[in-house]
Every structure is written in C-alpha cells, then in structure tokens.
Design a protein around this ligand. Sequence first.
Ligand SMILES: [Zn+2]
Length: 267
Amino acid sequence: MLVQVSEHCWVRQSSFCQSNTVVVRGDGGVLVVDPGVTGAELRSLAEELRSLGFSPVVGFSTHPHWDHMLWSRELGDPPRLATVDAVAHARASLTDAREKAGRLAPGNDLALVGLLDALPRDADSLDWPGPDVHVLHHRGHAPGHAALFVPADGVLVAGDMLSDVEVPLLDLKSGATDPLADYEQGLDVLEQVLDQGCRALVPGHGAVAADEGVRSRFHADRAYLDAVRRPSPVRDHRLDPGADYGPDWLIPEHEAQRSWCLAHDGG
Ligand SMILES: [Zn+2]
C-alpha cells in the first residue's frame, strides 16, 4: 500500500527484500522511482495510482540492478530515466537482469525490464512538471547510481545506500578500481542533503528514516566501511545471523567484500 511520507511523496514497500517504490506527485502526474517488484505488486501499484488519480509521467531507476528497473504496461509508457552510466550498464547486462527478474519476481513482463532512457550527462535535476527533484550522481553500489532529493519535502530517495537492513554493498563486479573509496565518496555526495533540510530518507530496501534517524544511517554506513577494512570481525546489527532480513545471502556478501577489502585496502 502507498503510504504518504511528505507533501509530495508516497512509499510502497514490496514483500521482496523490503524494496521501496517511491511516488512523487507533480502537477500533471507522478514520478515513479524504482517500481517493483513482483508482477502482481506492479499491477496493484498501478491500480492504487489510478484510484488516487495519479498518472505516471516519468519513471526513474536509481541504478541498473534488475530489481530497480522493472515496469508494467499498466503504468503507461512514459520515459523511464536513469543516468548515462546506468543506462549503458543496463543495456550491457540486460540478459542477466531479465533472467533474475524472471526467476525472482514472477509475473513480470520481461520485455520491459531495463528499458531505460539516459538523462543528459550530469543533469542535476529532473525536467518534469512537478516539484524540483535533484539528481545526485555518485559511484559506490552500482555503475551510474543516483539518488534523488526533493528539497520542498526534505526527502532523499537514496537507492541502495543507507539501509537499516543491508550493509553497504560495494560494486566489486563492474571493474571499478577502488570500490571502497567510491562508496565513501558516494556517502559524501548524499550527505550534503543534511545541510539542505533533509528530514526523511527512503532507502531502496528497508524502513524510511526520519529526522535524527537520517543522520544515524550515515553513521552506520560509515562505521561499516571503517570496520570492513580491518582484520577484526565487523559488528553491525544488519549482520545479525538471526535477523529477519537476508542473513542467508547478506552475510556471505559481507564476507566476500571483507576478503576483498583486506586483500586490496591494506587495513
Ligand atoms: Zn536493490
């Protein structure tokens, strides 16, 4: 169900990995960010939007991982935007993204997965009939990752950063030379919103953070990145083996990136 979190923003959480779809209300329609995840959920999202009188006029994918570049015909056929680098990666990895969507998110129209249009390079805001939406380009989790900030509402749509359930997941697969530094610099980019009235943060997966909780998310991600490069075990509540969220895959991912950091970062 769509839950309103600010004047212009609504969030709908999926049963798959607590994925968040964000809807931003403009003048003549809505911006839909990272819609997902199963086919049934996308149809239900489209129905909810119809019942609210919201028609999608633009889509946005924060990054080119399969669960962030889904779509349904029932959402219409507006431009679906992402950064230049995200679009290039999406095109290069389309077969893999569609295979994963087909396997993990039943009911999706696989032909629509990853059909993204590039924003102008370094565009710092979206050109759409609605409140200002800043595009914060950075590296870290995936090629061409971008967060969105809605200054009127103080809402940061963070993509796969700053989650209460997932530790930072570094981009170890796309050939970046220093994924750890990229991630830290990505946090620097996002952190600027703290001085711009950010009052709420919507992560790609997990719970919305508000007020002081926003700052805590930055502390938690930075603490993880400090710890993961050291030989001593990482203590982070998101890696609790008894957690409801993802210990079966998240802990192995963490161990893999810890090995990588210890081998590459020098401690
Ligand atoms: Zn994700």
